[in-house]
Structure formats: structure tokens, C-alpha cells
Design a protein around this ligand. Structure first.
Ligand code: NAD
Length: 298
């Protein structure tokens, strides 16, 4: 078992650090929040007074931070040059592709192995150890990171070179955001055309319109499997996080001059739902309420 430093013990990182401790690693944790640190201690982690102290004799460093600027700050001030050069550095945060590539390049030029390893799956999957990791980095770095990721997830996939994990994550979530909007507007139209929602679900789930947003995560309450729609769109994947990922996707698309009209439309619609209409804390399938004109003026 290894000495692991874990930085960023929020909604996601708290459960992930607990799973590493449960697997038998000596986890030294750091977060700016006292409450998060106290919770990690309760889950078998040791607390450090700073990120530098957490990483000083680590064999692996795992970070789960809000955005690119936090990742840059933590790696440049507290990890690179502070952790032993033999440590494998694993950033699981969802951040922009450019920052991920830059930080991996800086770590590599200081002699470290580093991967970007963003996740699919929410807080429940982080707690249960059933996340899916999309990993970018050199083969040797991927192999060094894999045993730790295996203990926090159910699938670990090597997506390609540094930054490819972030690329895979935002492309997947751009597709998810666009397909959820398409599913919502389709169900509203089907109902207005006089179709029973469950009957349409049964047909489309077996026809060529089938997609995950409908069959597994239906945005209508009482239709298909139990989903956040059945608890008034509480829990699940917050619309604010979907919007974050769509913005990262649009930024990436612009950087490589890629035409993404459906992604752009999804970003605009989620901006309206999450920010103008206050739906940011609701599950992202709650956007059906905005599309259904019985709920609000469009
Ligand atoms: P969160 O805000 O709950 O946790 C982030 C933690 O980082 C906080 O506890 C904060 O105090 C800490 N932090 C910030 N700056 C720090 C610093 N300089 N040093 C130490 N700690 C610092 O966020 P979260 O929901 O856990 O999400 C973390 C990442 O995972 C994000 O990039 C998010 O996009 C991604 N993600 C979240 C979900 C989800 O469902 N919540 C799902 C998939 C991916």
C-alpha cells in the first residue's frame, strides 16, 4: 500500500479519498475547507496543514479541484518541485484542455509522470467507487496511475496523450447536453401531437431515435426507469456542471476551429436554464421545464 496525497476533498474528492483510505493506502489530505478536512479525517485520512505538507513524501498525488485556475495554482505552487520526483501525479478535476496540457508539460519537464483523469459519474459514484476515468498521458504514466484509479472507479480508459482525458470528457458531455435537449423537445412535441408519453418512450426506445438521455435518463416523471425527474429533478448531475462542461467544449472547439452548432445551441439553452431561470442546482434533465411552455415564458 502506498502513501497518497489527496488535495480537494469536496463533493467528489471526499468520497474518492475515502475509497483510497478504505483500500489500505495512507492518505494524507488537504483542502481549504475545515469541514471537508474534518470529514476526510472521519473517513480514515490524515490531515495536512498545507498542500506542500501533504505531498512531501507522497508516492501518488491525486487532485480533485473546481477549475483550471485552481489546478494551475496547486500544481505550480505546491506540487511540482515539492513532491518527490518519483510520485505519479493524477489530476481528476474537469478543466480546460489547454491548462491540462500545460500542467502535464511542466510536470514532465521537472521529471514527473502526470495524467489528466477526469471522471464520468456524480457524487454517488464517487462515494461508491464506481466512477469512469478518462485518462490522458504517456503509457508509463497511465500504467502508474491505473492501480489508484481502479480503486476509485469501475472503468479506467486510456484516451490518448496528455489532455486527451479532458477532450474525451467534454466531447462526451457536449453530446449528452445536446441529446438531452433533443429528448426534452421531442417528448413535448410528441405529447402535443396527442401521443401518450409512455407509449412514445416504448416505441422510440426500440427505434432509431434511441439514446441514453431517453432510455436510461428519461426527463419525464413516471416514464421509463426511475430518474431525477421522479424526484423533481433533485440530485443527479447539476445543470450548472453541465453548463461548465459545455463552456469548456465551446472553448476547445474555438481553439481548433471546429464547427459545433448543436453544442453551441445546448450551451445557450443551459445558460438560460441554469443562470437566467435559476435552474443551476437542478438535475440537467430539468431543462424540460424550460422547454415545456406550461412552465415558463420562453
Ligand atoms: P467542490 O466544490 O465540492 O470541491 C472542490 C474542493 O476543492 C472544495 O472542497 C474546495 O475547498 C477545494 N479547493 C479549492 N481550491 C483549493 C486549493 N487551492 N487547495 C486545496 N483545496 C482547494 O467540487 P466537486 O463537485 O467535488 O467537483 C470537483 C471537480 O469534479 C470539478 O472539476 C467538477 O467539474 C468535477 N466533477 C464534478 C461532478 C459532480 O457531480 N459534482 C461530476 C463529475 C466531475
Amino acid at each position: 500500500m502506498a502513501r497518497v496525497a489527496f488535495i480537494g476533498l469536496g463533493n467528489m474528492g471526499g468520497g474518492m479519498a475515502a475509497n483510497l483510505a478504505k483500500a489500505g493506502h495512507a492518505v494524507t489530505s488537504f483542502d481549504l475547507s475545515e469541514a471537508a478536512l474534518a470529514k476526510a479525517e472521519g473517513n480514515g485520512c490524515t490531515r495536512a496543514a498545507s498542500a506542500e505538507e501533504a505531498v512531501k513524501d507522497a508516492e501518488a498525488v491525486v487532485t480533485m479541484l473546481p477549475a483550471g485556475k485552481h489546478v494551475r495554482e496547486v500544481y505550480e505552487t505546491s506540487v511540482i518541485g515539492k513532491a518527490p520526483a518519483s510520485a505519479i501525479l493524477i489530476d481528476c478535476s474537469t478543466i480546460d484542455v489547454a491548462t491540462a496540457r500545460e500542467e502535464i508539460a511542466k510536470a514532465e519537464s521537472a521529471g514527473y509522470r502526470m495524467v489528466d483523469a477526469p471522471v464520468s459519474g456524480g457524487i454517488a459514484a464517487a462515494d461508491a467507487g464506481t466512477l469512469t476515468f478518462m485518462v490522458g498521458g504517456a503509457d508509463e504514466a497511465f500504467e502508474a496511475a491505473r492501480p489508484y484509479l481502479d480503486q476509485m472507479g469501475k472503468a479506467v480508459i486510456h484516451a490518448g496523450a496528455g489532455g486527451a482525458g479532458q477532450g474525451a470528457k467534454i466531447c462526451n458531455n457536449m453530446l449528452l447536453g445536446a441529446s438531452m435537449v433533443a429528448t426534452c423537445e421531442t417528448f413535448i412535441l410528441a405529447q402535443k401531437l396527442g401521443l401518450d408519453a409512455q407509449t412514445f418512450f416504448d416505441i422510440a426506445s426500440k427505434a432509431s431515435g434511441q439514446c441514453w438521455s431517453m432510455t436510461t435518463y428519461c426527463p419525464l416523471p413516471g416514464v421509463g426507469p426511475v430518474t431525477p425527474a421522479d424526484r423533481d429533478y433533485e440530485g443527479g448531475f447539476a445543470a450548472a456542471l453541465m453548463l461548465k462542461d459545455l463552456r469548456l467544449a465551446m472553448e476547445a472547439a474555438q481553439s481548433v476551429d471546429s464547427y459545433t452548432p448543436m453544442g453551441a445551441a445546448a450551451e445557450e439553452l443551459y445558460t438560460r436554464f441554469a443562470e437566467s431561470l435559476g435552474g443551476g442546482g437542478k438535475d440537467f434533465s430539468g431543462i424540460i421545464k424550460m422547454i415545456d411552455d406550461s412552465w415558463t415564458a420562453r
